[in-house]
Design a protein around this ligand. Structure first.
Ligand code: HEC
Ligand code: HEC
Ligand code: HEC
Ligand code: HEC
Ligand code: HEC
Ligand code: HEC
Ligand code: HEC
Length: 623
């Protein structure tokens, strides 16, 4: 790492991998031959390679990033340069006193919280041939303690509250379709938490320390013995279950149930969702499967055929959450019913329901709405948080009367989300709620100021100011953001919107050109530029820009729609309609695209087509 004048540490891409295992004892480059330019977000001097924010909290003890916005400088502090006792147990002075006196009457050996597994009676379930806990005793304190470092999450404050909800200081990622495969399997660098929460084992009350020694972190037994300590070997260990020879790697539990993905060239991680391998899903959904991780030389179909032959009659009859998630992601007739199924069936893991809400809440039927409103009262903070996110898709007025209560939520991440949602409606709040709104708003502003080593720190404050009528402050914050982080495109776009509301056309053009000099391939900037030219009645220049926007973001409905509308009004109707139809065929029936196709084909008197797409829209979105 390299230390800079402002005390930040930046992580170089050269890695000295010292471990004595395969691939160890050598140097390598994290991005291999990929060229990372200085405007790339992965560039080593950039904000995403900043140790103080991106790494340290998980790799030290009691880390405080202590960013001073006034000095634009870190004053970070930590007590040990590794994960030590207090990382998990919290302040340990009470424990030290206990250790000196060995006073057995002191609870929890002097620690403030207990990480001990709750006492559980394991009993053999005869049908399953599995030891099941007599009573489910999930220990959220334990798993959330691990989650602080073993979850993909955004940490938003230096105050870490041992033993309290993880969402007091972090916003965890769901099994979202950017970082995970559509069925919840690991894709981008995964930290075990969001995976393990998906598993039946977590639902049944198994925790991390049933498999890992809590201090060495080594697994408690090697090979299949780890798993057969609960799953009886007579049923599970051997060809009767795996259809592979007992000595084959294909008979190891983890190779089928916890397949490996390698990150950062050398780092193998096992999928902790501990799921049933489904090569048949690979055929229908394009998801990866454990079998083909070994049988790399065989087509999926080959694997799937033997799979169905071996296991076909044992697979669940009703749709799994993986199949439902897939259907919801597709903009098809089955999407809304699948979403409804995912949400209303509480036996689906909470993380999956949170994922469905947070990422697929755009099917806004009244029965889904009803569930979401109920979930605002859930005891699980992550469900409340994601129910709020889904409700963002509803007309703002629908929120009043429901979201205010969450301004008072005891968990910080939840009340801040509620505050942000209510910001455009704050004039309609009661006096009492308004007072609470202001409290949460100032709490949020502090969080964002402390985050101002990143563009989001400025950007998020600007959005909130502009939503609550503080346009002048917002403008200055966007400008500060651009000055400090000239490659952050959203700040240009938002500031351009603000200028547009105020009719400041000349300034828009200057702003966009400035952004395009930094990010010449930004679709959004070309898009704004195109609209600007069209407002100035310079249509051919405008169209050239909209075309570039569409080229640079082929999967973005808004960019394609904008270009198609431009073509359409310029007389190229057939081409415009074709563009949208091609998009729908490739990326699914997104509402904006369907709207475009329907109105264009109506204008072109292609009644059959407009009726056909109207029927699709009705089937998918119910209107
Ligand atoms: C969310 C917490 C978290 C963050 C943030 C994080 N790490 Fe890690 N890191 C871990 C965990 C957990 C492991 C161990 C995982 C494993 O063994 O596969 C790990 C493993 C590593 C290892 C391998 C250690 C070894 O002994 O093999 C290196 C090196 C590393 N991280 C560097 C970094 C750097 C550099 C950053 C910032 C760019 C970073 N980490 C950010 C949690 C984190
Ligand atoms: C990675 C997290 C982690 C770290 C780091 C860690 N512990 Fe623990 N510790 C645990 C967990 C989890 C348990 C509960 C184990 C159980 O119930 O079997 C535990 C249990 C204990 C207990 C027994 C507590 C009781 O209530 O019975 C003591 C004492 C303890 N740890 C001391 C330490 C000390 C001292 C260190 C530093 C040298 C340390 N721990 C580091 C996770 C951790
Ligand atoms: C403060 C951050 C932090 C906390 C809290 C934490 N870990 Fe880790 N864990 C790490 C890091 C970092 C590594 C990588 C090895 C290292 O640098 O110590 C790691 C490594 C591991 C490993 C892999 C060890 C190996 O040999 O590859 C396991 C398993 C693990 N942790 C489990 C847990 C469990 C279970 C808990 C909760 C009881 C927990 N950790 C809590 C940061 C943390
Ligand atoms: C501490 C006991 C325990 C250990 C150790 C254990 N399991 Fe489990 N496992 C369970 C319980 C309990 C269930 C839930 C059974 C149920 O609800 O039907 C389960 C369920 C499963 C399932 C069913 C998943 C599904 O979606 O249907 C698989 C697969 C599984 N375990 C694999 C493993 C593997 C692989 C290991 C070793 C890495 C392992 N288990 C270790 C207790 C354990
Ligand atoms: C070749 C791949 C493969 C291997 C190896 C494998 N399994 Fe499985 N396992 C499956 C498949 C496929 C299913 C779903 C069909 C079934 O229930 O038999 C399954 C189901 C399970 C279930 C859920 C059973 C139920 O009735 O819900 C458990 C528990 C399980 N396996 C545990 C293990 C354990 C423990 C091992 C190692 C001793 C192991 N598996 C090895 C493929 C494998
Ligand atoms: C059913 C058993 C089981 C449970 C429960 C479990 N793990 Fe693991 N974990 C494993 C196995 C097996 C490995 C591979 C270890 C090896 O090969 O040395 C592993 C590996 C890891 C690693 C190394 C990197 C990786 O992802 O493979 C980390 C970190 C880890 N576990 C953290 C956790 C955390 C945190 C939890 C609880 C949220 C947890 N584990 C729950 C079985 C389990
Ligand atoms: C860890 C690697 C591994 C995994 C995972 C694995 N296999 Fe295998 N498979 C093997 C090996 C090695 C053999 C060689 C013969 C043996 O061991 O039975 C084999 C043999 C086979 C054969 C027989 C091939 C022949 O020519 O006769 C079939 C069919 C097969 N596997 C299907 C599957 C399916 C389906 C899955 C997933 C449910 C799977 N395998 C998972 C390694 C694996």
């Amino acid at each position: 790492m390299v230390k800079f004048d402002d005390d930040r540490l930046q992580v170089l891409p050269f890695v000295g991998y010292k471990r004595n295992r395969k691939g160890g004892q050598r140097w390598f480059h994290l991005y291999d031959k990929e060229r990372i330019s200085h405007t790339d977000e992965l560039f080593w001097m950039g904000i995403n390679q900043n140790w103080n924010y991106m790494c340290a909290d998980c790799h030290t003890t009691d880390f405080k990033k202590n960013f001073s916005i006034a000095e634009n400088k870190f004053h970070s502090s930590w007590t040990e340069s590794r994960v030590s006792c207090e990382s998990c147990h919290g302040p340990a002075s009470g424990h030290m006193q206990w250790a000196e006196k060995k006073d057995l009457s002191v609870l929890m050996k002097g620690f403030g919280i207990s990480l001990a597994a709750k006492p559980v009676n394991w009993q053999l379930d005869a049908a399953k041939q599995t030891l099941m806990p007599q009573q489910v005793m999930t220990n959220d304190t334990l798993i959330e303690t691990c989650a602080r470092c073993h979850a993909r999450a955004t940490r938003f404050t230096d105050e870490y509250d041992h033993g309290n909800s993880f969402l007091q200081s972090h916003i965890p990622a769901t099994a979202d379709p950017v970082n995970y495969h559509v069925d919840g399997q690991i894709k981008e660098e995964d930290y075990e938490y969001a995976s393990f929460l998906q598993s039946k084992m977590h639902t049944a009350g198994v925790t991390c320390i049933n498999c890992h020694e809590p201090h060495s972190m080594k697994i408690k037994a090697t090979g299949n013995a780890l798993c057969t300590s609960c799953h009886q070997p007579a049923k599970y260990d051997g060809p009767q279950h795996s259809f592979h020879k007992p000595t084959s790697t294909g008979n190891q539990c983890v190779t089928c149930h916890m397949p490996i993905t390698t990150y950062m060239v050398v780092d193998n991680r096992l999928d902790h969702s501990i799921r049933i391998p489904r090569p048949d899903h690979s055929l229908t959904m394009g998801t990866p499967n454990a079998c083909n991780k070994c049988h790399t030389d065989k087509p999926v179909k080959w694997v799937a055929d033997s799979f169905v032959k071996w296991y076909g009659n044992k697979l669940p009859k009703e749709k799994t959450y993986a199949e439902l998630l897939y259907a919801v992601s597709k903009y098809i007739k089955e999407s809304e019913p699948s979403l409804y199924d995912l949400l209303q069936n509480k036996s689906n893991p909470a993380i999956i329901r949170a994922t469905a809400m947070g990422n697929y809440g755009y099917y806004t039927t009244s029965r889904v709405n009803e569930i979401l409103l109920n979930e605002l009262k859930s005891t699980a903070p992550n469900i409340r948080l994601n129910a709020l996110k889904a409700l963002r898709n509803y007309p703002a007025e629908n929120l009043l009367g429901h979201v205010e209560a969450l301004l008072y939520d005891k968990v910080a991440a939840v009340r801040m989300e509620a505050m942000n949602m209510l910001a455009p409606l704050s004039a309609k709040l009661s006096e009492k709620d308004m007072e609470q709104f202001r409290k949460v708003m100032s709490e949020y502003m502090i969080v964002q100021e402390e985050m101002s080593h990143r563009p989001e720190g400025y950007f998020n404050r600007a959005i909130l100011f502009s939503a609550t009528g503080g346009n002048e402050v917002a403008e200055n914050l966007y400008k500060d953001c651009i000055r400090r982080f000239p490659d952050f495109v959203p700040a240009y776009s938002n500031l351009a919107d603000l200028y547009r509301q105020q009719g400041r056309e000349d300034e828009i053009k200057r702003l966009i050109d400035m952004g395009l000099r930094r990010q010449p391939q930004s679709a959004y900037l070309h898009y704004s530029s195109g609209l600007w030219y069209i407002r100035q009645k310079e249509n051919s220049k405008g169209m050239a820009e909209l075309k570039l926007a569409a080229q640079y973001a082929p999967a973005d409905a808004q960019m394609q729609y904008g270009y198609a509308i431009g073509l359409f009004s310029g007389g190229e109707q057939v081409k415009a309609l074709q563009l949208l139809e091609d998009f729908a065929a490739k990326y699914g029936n997104q509402p904006l695209i369907l709207d475009g196709i329907i109105s264009m084909s109506q204008d072109m008197k292609q009644t059959e087509k407009s009726t056909q797409y109207a029927a699709i829209r009705k089937g998918v979105f119910g209107y």
